[in-house]
Structures are given as structure tokens and as C-alpha cells.
Design a protein around this ligand. Structure first.
Ligand code: AMP
Ligand code: TRP
Length: 331
């Protein structure tokens, strides 16, 4: 194989729920900026999405939708590999090996996302949901990944991938690179519009908590106008005392590419309502532009891009898996 000199990036999003501006600003936007400098692999992680209740009739559509969102968001399939996780069998096979030889129950018991998602009692909670971080580690480690750009809710999972790599290297042979997480300084944690103490999430009940990337712009504008603000009247960034306004400032800043400091100056002495009206315009413009690109991409073209991506990803993953199999003694 030709030795690649660029550093490698791996990341992914699950084809579940509706992607929102938090996903875009925390993950996809940062991927786009890295495409030239890095060798990028972005996966639609469908085997992660089936760990919670889902509808098999819509999953396939969602897989295509996510890939389209990557592309409309600026991921260029000529530069980056875009592929569907279940197309590369090495992921689940390697996950099993990691389960058996490197992952510990005590590691997984620490995972806060599992605790949040499973709730109390663990009734009807799948083993897959519990094991999800090990599959994610397999995703990352199979590609000799240097950097994993994610939102801050995924940091603990990337740390687990690092721990498993180190443990494997220690117990067997030094075959894994230790990947670094990359979290944006701004945008890593976009908060919910109706409750700025919580992160914006695909699964929150109220749709007024998030701006979805495929929202009609009129609805998105309404959501911004209804967003919770704070007491006081100043448009100033202070995430502790003014979480609502600070979150809106972050969204504004990232979508319009204007520094928060400059926004504070622009809106000094101006009421929340006026600020929100302007932000609603910025959001509408972003969505219109994004959706114009999204609607131009046809589904069959995306299916081809995913198939071509799998053809490139599979041999890389397979090569690592063979190395692992030899190392653990089954081959
Ligand atoms: P998920 O929605 O869990 O599939 O997450 C996909 C990607 O979006 C991951 O990198 C997450 O860390 C990121 N992400 C999800 N929610 C947010 C949020 N509210 N703010 C910033 N990034 C997020
Ligand atoms: N667990 C991630 C999320 O929900 C998605 C994911 C799966 C991922 N495998 C990955 C992200 C590998 C980065 C690298 O957001």
C-alpha cells in the first residue's frame, strides 16, 4: 500500500432522528475545514443507529439523507471518503475482538451517554447500546486515525478508544495509533433553544428545542423568535449567567462568520427582540442555501458515492483487521 503522508481523520454521524444545527456546527462544519489538509473518512454509522428503537422502513432513507447532508454541508466526495459503516464488515468483527480482549465492563459502566440514554432500570435497553462505545472505538482504530473531530458529548467515547488502543498495544503488540479527539472551541456544544441548560439534541421531545437542517425557513425563524432568553436586557456573552443569549450568539457567530465580540458591539443597547429578528434572518439564509444544495443532489448519485466510498474504506479496514487477527493468534 502507498504510504499516506497526510494525517488521517475519521468521524461519523448516526442515521437517526433529524440532524440539527448542533450537529452541523459541532461536527460537520469542522470536517469541511479539514478536507484539504487531512486524509478524511466520514462514515454514516448505521450499526450505531440500530442500538435504540428505530423503524426499518425509514432507516435506508435516513442513511441516504445523512450522506446528502454531509455533501450539502460541504464534504467533497472527491476529497474525502464517505461510506456506510455496515458496508465494511471489519467494523463489527473488530468490535467483537475488542469486546473480548480489551474492553472491560468497568470501562463501559462509566459511559455517561449510556446512563443518560438507558435511564433507570435498563428495561428494554439493548446490549448494543451498552457496547456502542466499543464499536465506535473499532470504527476509529481500524483506520489508523490521527484525529477524531466531534462535539463534546463524544469526548468520553474517543477517550475510551484511546484507552482500548493503549491496552491492546500493551497486551499484544504496538499496532495502534492513539487517536486525538478534536473539539471545536466554539460550537462543540450548541444548547437547546427552549432550555439552554441542555444540549440541542435530535431526540428531545419538543421540536422547538432545535433548528433542523431540513426545517422550512419560516418555521426555523419562529423557533428562534420563541427561543428562551435570560433576564436582563443586554446582548452579551456569558454562558453561566446568560446561557440563552450566549447560545444564540454562538449560533449567530458561527453561521454568519462574525466574532462574538463584534456581535456584542453591534447589538449593544439593542433589545433581545431585535437581535433575535436578525438571527432569524441569518438562520433562514443559511437554511435556504443549505437546502438548495441538498435538493440538487439525487438519491441514486448518493448511493453510488456510498458504494464507491465503501470500496475505498474496506481495504484499509481489512488490512488492519488481518493484522489484528494475526496478533491475537487466530490467524
Ligand atoms: P449524534 O447526533 O449523536 O449522531 O452526533 C453527531 C455529531 O454531532 C457528534 O460529533 C456530536 O458530538 C455532534 N453533536 C451532537 N449534538 C451536538 C450539539 N448540541 N452541539 C454540538 N455538537 C453536537
Ligand atoms: N457515536 C457518535 C455520535 O453519536 C457517532 C460515531 C460512531 C462516531 N462512530 C464514530 C464519531 C467514530 C466519530 C468517530 O455522534
Amino acid at each position: 500500500m502507498i504510504q499516506n503522508t497526510k494525517k488521517r481523520i475519521f468521524s461519523g454521524v448516526q442515521p437517526s432522528g433529524n440532524l440539527h444545527v448542533g450537529n452541523f456546527l459541532g461536527a460537520i462544519k469542522q470536517w469541511v475545514g479539514m478536507q484539504d489538509e487531512y486524509d478524511c473518512i466520514f462514515s454514516v454509522v448505521d450499526y450505531h443507529a440500530i442500538t435504540v428503537k428505530y423503524d426499518p422502513k425509514v432507516l435506508r432513507k435516513k442513511i441516504i439523507e445523512i450522506a446528502k447532508i454531509y455533501i450539502a454541508g460541504g464534504v467533497n466526495p472527491e476529497k474525502a471518503i464517505i461510506f456506510q459503516q455496515s458496508d465494511a464488515r471489519a467494523h463489527t468483527e473488530f468490535c467483537w475482538i475488542l469486546n473480548a480482549v480489551s474492553a472491560r465492563i468497568s470501562d463501559l459502566n462509566k459511559m455517561t451517554q449510556f446512563k443518560d440514554k438507558a435511564g433507570k432500570g435498563n428495561v428494554n435497553v439493548s446490549v448494543g447500546l451498552y457496547d456502542y462505545p466499543v464499536l465506535m472505538a473499532a470504527d476509529i482504530l481500524l483506520y489508523d486515525t490521527d484525529i477524531v473531530p466531534v462535539g463534546d458529548d463524544q469526548l468520553q467515547h474517543v477517550e475510551l478508544a484511546r484507552d482500548l488502543a493503549k491496552r491492546f498495544n500493551h497486551d499484544y503488540e504496538e499496532i495502534f495509533k492513539i487517536p486525538e479527539p478534536k473539539i471545536m472551541k466554539q460550537g462543540a456544544r450548541i444548547m437547546s433553544l427552549d432550555n439552554p441548560e441542555k444540549k440541542m439534541s435530535k431526540s428531545a421531545e419538543s421540536e422547538f428545542s432545535r433548528i433542523e437542517l431540513l426545517d422550512e425557513s419560516a418555521l426555523a425563524m419562529k423557533k428562534i423568535m420563541k427561543a428562551t432568553t435570560d433576564t436582563g436586557a443586554e446582548v452579551k456573552f456569558n454562558s453561566k449567567e446568560k446561557p440563552g443569549i450566549s447560545n444564540l450568539l454562538t449560533i449567530y457567530s458561527l453561521l454568519a462568520n462574525i466574532d462574538i465580540k463584534d456581535l456584542e458591539k453591534k447589538y449593544s443597547g439593542i433589545m433581545y427582540g431585535e437581535f433575535k429578528k436578525d438571527l432569524a434572518e441569518v438562520v433562514a439564509e443559511f437554511l435556504n442555501d443549505f437546502q438548495k444544495k441538498y435538493n440538487k443532489i439525487d438519491d441514486s448519485q448518493v448511493a453510488e458515492i456510498l458504494a464507491a466510498g465503501a470500496k475505498k474504506a474496506e481495504p484499509i479496514a481489512e488490512e488492519t483487521l488481518v493484522k489484528v487477527k494475526i496478533t491475537i493468534g487466530v490467524k
